[in-house]
Ligand binder design. Sequence first.
Ligand code: GDP
Length: 531
Amino acid sequence: MSIHSTKQEVARRRTFAIISHPDAGKTTLTEKILLFAGAIQIAGSVKARKASRHAASDWMEIEKQRGISVASSVMQMEYQDCVINLLDTPGHQDFSEDTYRVLTAVDAALMVIDAANGVEPQTIRLLEVCRARNTPIITFINKLDREVKPPLDLIQEVESHLRMDVVPFSWPIGMGKQFAGVFDVQLDRMRLFQSGRDRRPEQEDQTIEGLNNPELEQKFGQAFLQAREEIELLQAASPAFDHEAFLAGRQTPVFFGSAINNFGVQEVLEALVKYAPAPGPRQALERTVNPDEGKFTGVVFKVQANMDPAHRDRVAFVRVSSGQFNRGMRLKVSRNQKEIRPNNVVSFLSQRRELVEEAFAGDVIGIPNHGILHLGDVLTEGEVLHFTGLPFFAPELFQAVEVKDPLRTKQLRTGLTQLGEEGAIQVFRPVAAGATLLLGAVGQLQFEVVIHRLKTEYGVEARLMPARFTLARWVTADDPKVLAKFLDANAAQIAYDVVEAPAYLAGSPAQLRVVQDRYPDVQFHTMREHG
Ligand code: GDP
C-alpha cells in the first residue's frame, strides 16, 4: 500500500511523451532517461529489448526490416520523489494516428530536435497536435557533438515553425569536435562536456562557475566568447521563463546536449520534474473529473494486439483519470455498461510487464482482454461518463480488401473488426450491395501491417485491390431526418466504420465540394472524436 494520500500520489505524477522526427534521437534519449532514473543499469537495453521483441513476435518483422518503431510503449520509473510515466510514440509518419492518440494521454511532451536538421516535417505535425491541446513542451536539441546548425538559427527555427516563445535554459559552447559543454543560464555555470555512453549521474559533474569567470575564456577561447555574446544577446532579447506561459503551451524551455553521450539529459529530466504539470482535471461530457476524487475513472487510448505472442490477447492501454485502481476491482465500460473484473492488469515499471497493485491519475495500466475494450472506452466504478478528444483522422489512402479463400470470409470480418477497433487501420463497410470491405489509412505501411497480421493472427490470406475513393468525411446533421435523407440519396458513396458512424466517400475533392454545396445542412468532418 502507498504511504501517500491520493492527492499526494497525483501531485508526484509526471506523464509525458517524447516526440521527434525519426532519427532525431528519441530512442537514445529514452534510454538515457531510464538510466538516470535508475530504471535500467546499462544503456542499450531499450534497443536490446526492441530487438528481442522482434525476434519473438512475428508481425514485428516488418518493423525490424524497416528499422522503425511501429508500437508505442509505456515506461514507469521513479526519479527524486516523482513517479514518471514516459509514453513512447512511433516516429514513422505512417503511424502518426497512433501517436496523436498517445498525445491525448499525456500532460506534457518532450520534443527532440536533431541539431543538424533543425525542425523537420514530422516534428511540426506532432507539435500541431500538442498545440491544439495546449500541451506544455520541453525542447531538447540533440547531437551537439556533431557539426550542426548555429544555435541561434536553431532557436529561431523552433520559434518560427512552432510559433512559441523559446527560453534557452542552457547554451552550447562549441560544437562537433570542439563541443566543450553547455552553459546553464539559470545556475550561471558551465558544465563541461565529457563523452561516454553509460555514465551514471554521480560521475557527471564538472563545472565552472560564472559567465564572467576568466577561466572559461582561457580554456575555451573563441568558442566561449561567441557563446557568451549569444547568451548576453538572448538574455536581453528573449522573455524570462514564465511557468504559466509554459503550462499554457506558449513558451518552451530549451536544452542543448548529446543524448548518446548522456550529456544534457539530467537537466531535461529535472525540468520535467520541476515544471511539467501533475495530472489535472479532465472534462467529461457529463462533468469535470478531478484526478484526486475517490472513484476510479480511466480512458482507453490505445489497443495493441498480441504484445505477448504466447497469448493471443489484446492489451487495452488505460490512462487513469481519477481515483485509485486496485487489482481485482470491478469496472464498468460506459459504452455498453458491461462489467469487467480485470485481475492480471499490467503496469510497465522499469520496462518489465508486472502485475499492477495500484495506480493513480496519470498512470497507465494495461488490461489484457479479448475484444471487450475499444479505443476511447471509459472505465468507471459504475458512473456513465464520456470523454471527447480521442481523434480518428479521415483516411487519405483507400484499398478494397478481398479474401483469397471465400470460406474464410467470416475470419476476415472478425480480423478486420478487431484491427479496426484497435486503430491499426480504419475499416469501412460500404452500403452498396455486393461491395467489398474498404480499408482506409493515413500511411501506406498500415496496409502492409494489416495484411501481415491478418495472415499470422487470423489465418486469412487477404489481397488488396485499388479502390475508387480518395477521401472520406464523416457526416452528421442536426436534424436526423436530413441525415437519413442524405444517406439514402447517396447510398453508393456511403460506408459505415467500426462504430457504425456513417462516412461519405469521394473520388476527388471536386466531387466532395459538389455534394457539400448541395447539402448545406449536412456537416462533413475530417476528424471523428470518440465518445
Ligand atoms: P529515433 O529514431 O528518434 O528513436 O533515433 P535514435 O535514438 O534511434 O537515434 C538515431 C541515430 O542517431 C542513432 O544512430 C543514434 O546513435 C544517433 N544519435 C542519437 N543521439 C546522438 C548524439 O547525441 N550524437 C550523435 N552523434 N548521434 C546520436
